[in-house]
Design a protein around this ligand. Structure first.
Ligand SMILES: [Fe+2]
Length: 289
């Protein structure tokens, strides 16, 4: 296994590993340690089937199954396909499914609106456009370490409320009103997530954040916007240009991410899954209810 930094502040390219070979007692402990310390890991030239993708996920934690969470019933897990292509062809520009992909182009953290947030996203590329369509990551750990004291003072003990339909409403009222967007009750989390392994703190924030406890609506939104703007300065950002076979994983507790646009006349297919956090990942430090 060889590693190369992706940026001076966070992220590693990991060479010499076939992700299909990971087992709980073989390679996974080393990869997991790198994940805790570097927040983002890139693996090239992988070839994961959906089943292998899911098996890799289960090493990190319970697979996030939103349909099961929403219904309270057993629902078979499926790896998510992020694509502008359907059986009927490419999605039209006003298709709500394309607008939902575009909502992922706002800086966000996955699943902050769920009863249990995500630990990790494992994203892999199947079909990529010639240009564009990058995925960008921002280290909220590095940014928090550098943040000026006045902004830190406002955020250190803050409680931030999250709502999926809030981020969707920035693109389309119709998108925000879909039952799949409104089915989750508003969710509060403490703003600072200390990593239980390294002790390093990171800001836990997202485009889904709509209010700060104890602040007026505008004051809270302004603080959220300013904090995200600070965390996504170029010093803290890694921009990933996809190649088929790439697998990019990131720590949802310590990063923000966003997709970038591409020519939607070209197909792009990524597959994705998240694993939920557990108490071992420091959940109790941010949980209020
Ligand atoms: Fe995402």
């Amino acid at each position: 296994m060889r590693t190369t930094p992706l940026t001076p502040r966070f992220g590693l390219l990991v060479d010499g590993v076939d992700l299909r070979d990971l087992r709980a007692d073989h390679l996974y402990p080393e990869i997991r340690a790198l994940f805790e310390t570097h927040s983002a890991l890139l693996f090239r030239d992988q070839s994961l089937t959906d089943d292998e993708h899911a098996r890799l996920g289960t090493l990190f934690g319970p697979l996030e199954n939103r349909e099961a969470m929403a219904s309270g019933r057993d629902v078979a897990f499926e790896v998510s396909e992020l694509s502008n292509q359907t059986g009927a062809g490419l999605l039209a520009e006003d298709d709500l499914r394309l607008l939902n992909l575009q909502a992922n182009m706002l800086w966000h953290t996955d699943s902050t609106f769920l009863p249990t947030p995500a630990l990790i996203n494992i994203l892999t590329a199947r079909v990529v456009p010639e240009t564009g369509g990058e995925t960008e990551l921002a280290s909220t750990r590095a940014a928090w370490a550098d943040m000026p004291d006045p902004m830190k003072a406002q955020l250190r003990d803050a409680v931030i409320w999250h709502r999926l339909s809030h981020s969707r409403s920035k693109l389309s009222a119709d998108l925000a009103a879909l039952p799949s967007m409104t089915r989750w009750p508003d969710r509060p989390w403490r703003a600072i997530w200390p990593n239980p392994v390294t002790g390093e703190e990171a800001l836990f924030i997202a485009s889904h954040a709509f209010a700060v406890e104890g602040m007026g609506h505008q004051e809270g939104q302004d603080l959220i916007d300013a904090a995200i703007a600070f965390c996504t300065r170029p010093d803290y950002v890694y921009s990933h240009q996809w190649r088929p076979g790439d697998v990019l994983i990131w720590d949802e507790r310590a990063t923000l991410h966003r997709g970038r646009p591409w020519d939607y006349a070209q197909p792009r297919i990524l597959t994705s899954l998240c694993c939920s956090v557990t108490t071992a990942d420091g959940l109790d430090a941010v949980r209020l209810i």
